[in-house]
Design a protein around this ligand. Structure first.
Ligand code: CA2
Length: 150
């Protein structure tokens, strides 16, 4: 069966492409999802995309993920910097986790420099815009063995 990667997106990421293009680029979440679906196909993967503005939804999705999915990509938005609940859920999953941010959080406000998610992530990609999600898929394809390591 083709492994499926669950891609979780946190608060305000539904607004992508509508405001602040100088920080987040011009991609919309829909266009990122479409690009990921295309890239996933070439990597022998499938993707399922979700977005919520509610912390509890993200926690629930992480808790249930291993029943249906083989890996996680997480852009937790602002919950990245605040959510111990999401960290605990991620620490409790056996799935590989890649954390993605569109912007380079280390070049931004001091409060964005710390990520709770990173403690539970196998890898972190930030600052590359929407392509970061596709690079995360590449890494997970190597991890899941659907492609040869580069
Ligand atoms: O760079 C990222 O991907 C972030 O996770 C995005 C979050 C931010 O709180 C993190 O520090 C870094 C915010 C997403 C908000 O996205 C918007 C997009 C367009 C207009 C307004 C917000």
């Amino acid at each position: 069966m083709t492994p499926t990667v669950l891609v979780l997106n946190g608060p305000n990421l539904n607004l992508l492409g509508t405001r602040e293009p100088e920080i987040y680029g011009r991609d919309t979440l829909k266009s990122i999802e479409a690009a990921c679906k295309k890239r996933a196909k070439g990597l022998g993967l499938k993707v399922a995309f979700r977005q919520s503005n509610n912390e509890g939804d993200l926690v629930d999705w992480v808790q249930q993920a291993s029943k249906k999915y083989q890996a996680l990509i997480v852009n937790a938005g602002a919950y990245t910097h605040t959510s111990v609940a999401l960290l605990d859920a991620l620490l409790a999953t056996d799935l590989p986790v890649v954390e993605v941010h569109l912007s380079n959080i280390h070049q931004r406000d001091e409060f964005r420099h710390h990520s709770y998610v990173s403690k539970a992530a196998d890898g972190v990609i930030c600052g590359l815009g929407g392509i970061g999600y596709e690079l995360a898929l590449e890494a997970l394809a190597c991890r899941l063995g659907t492609v040869e390591d580069a």
